[in-house]
Design a protein around this ligand. Structure first.
Ligand code: A2P
Length: 316
């Protein structure tokens, strides 16, 4: 299986990353106090997961400003002693900061917290812009025309603060809407939910044809559906046949589909397990692909209702 994918910049992005815990709560933007409490509960866990991951051989950490743990991640990386140039660090621009003048200060905050001078990849976290002072109020101008945001990101590439830029949670229409502007640097990555329940075969095909690499978040169905996904008969059958675990079957299948895979775990043994991927024999790969794409797709995470905007537009 590919251990890396090469981007137009020539940079090689490791195929498996440690995904980080972003409690689904952030999608509903609770009051600041409850937000803090939630994060305190997981304090230390993410830093520890990062340390275990780096010791196990991971070189790719997928984070975001909104996860509110970049300081902890930065400290864990520093403690690991892994040289910066061996690492692939991704972060994401939060919805509240799409206005061009807000982007660089927020990026600088991320860089400072991660204790680095550049990111390997910076993504627009959602195709939705909020007004800065009213966190859940949608700025339709910047949402419908993301070009000013993108232009600023291009400048930050020129400045050397970001090596590659991309998007997250964009459907095909929203990507076309962005790229129709004749960009200097095209989005090279789209990070989206991809798993057995929501395998998005059309998006996978279109992205391949259009030179955009997909990254799969919630590849095991997230904490909400991981139990169910490890119990899928086809997955269990293939695991037994190959002598690997159901999680390894699901992660391997997705890497074999040609996507970067971002499994999340705070459990050391699982963190190690998730990095071991195996090429599935063609017949078994096709069996799983057919099973995954023949049921009604079901998205595990969708803040459309919470935010009052149809983000995925039925995948148009
Ligand atoms: P935990 O962090 O307690 O180890 P996803 O990557 O799809 O978002 O799924 C994350 C969920 O899957 C978490 O609840 C995580 O639990 C669990 N998980 C991650 N890796 C494995 C694994 N190899 N086996 C079983 N559960 C796993």
């Amino acid at each position: 299986l590919p251990t890396h994918f090469v981007l137009p910049s020539g940079d090689a992005i490791p195929a498996i990353a440690l995904g980080e815990f972003h409690l689904i709560l952030h999608l509903h933007l609770p009051s600041p106090s409850s937000h803090n409490r939630t994060w305190q509960a997981s304090k230390g866990e993410v830093g520890n997961a990062v340390k275990v991951a780096l010791q196990s051989g991971y070189r790719h950490i997928d984070g975001a400003w909104i996860y509110r743990n970049e300081e902890e991640v930065g400290a864990a990386i520093k403690e690991s002693g892994v040289p910066r140039e061996e690492l692939w660090l991704t972060s994401k621009l939060w919805n509240t900061f799409h206005a061009p003048e807000d982007i660089e200060p927020k990026l600088d905050e991320t860089l400072r917290r991660l204790q680095t001078s550049y990111l390997d990849l910076y993504l627009i976290h959602w195709p939705i812009a909020f007004f800065p002072d009213e966190p859940q109020k949608i700025d339709y101008d910047l949402t419908n025309n993301p070009y000013p945001t993108w232009k600023k990101l291009e400048e930050l590439v020129d400045k050397g603060k970001i090596r590659n830029i991309g998007v997250s949670n964009f459907n095909i229409r929203r990507l076309r809407n962005l790229t129709d502007n004749g960009l200097r640097y095209k989005p090279v990555i789209n990070q989206v939910e991809l798993n057995y329940f929501n395998p998005q075969p059309e998006l996978v095909k279109w992205s391949k044809e259009n030179g955009i690499l997909l990254e799969a978040y919630s590849p095991l169905g997230s904490n909400k559906q991981v139990g169910e996904s490890l119990n899928i008969p086809e997955v269990k059958g293939i695991a037994k046949q190959l002598g690997i675990t159901p999680a390894q079957v699901l992660i391997s299948w997705q890497a074999q589909r040609g996507t970067v895979v971002l499994p999340k775990s705070v459990t050391p043994s699982r963190i190690e397990e998730n990095l071991q991927v195996f090429r599935l024999p063609t017949k078994l790969y096709e069996k799983l692909e057919t099973a995954a794409t023949s049921h009604k797709p079901q998205r595990v995470g969708d803040p459309s209702k919470a935010w009052g905007i149809d983000i995925f537009e039925d995948e148009v």
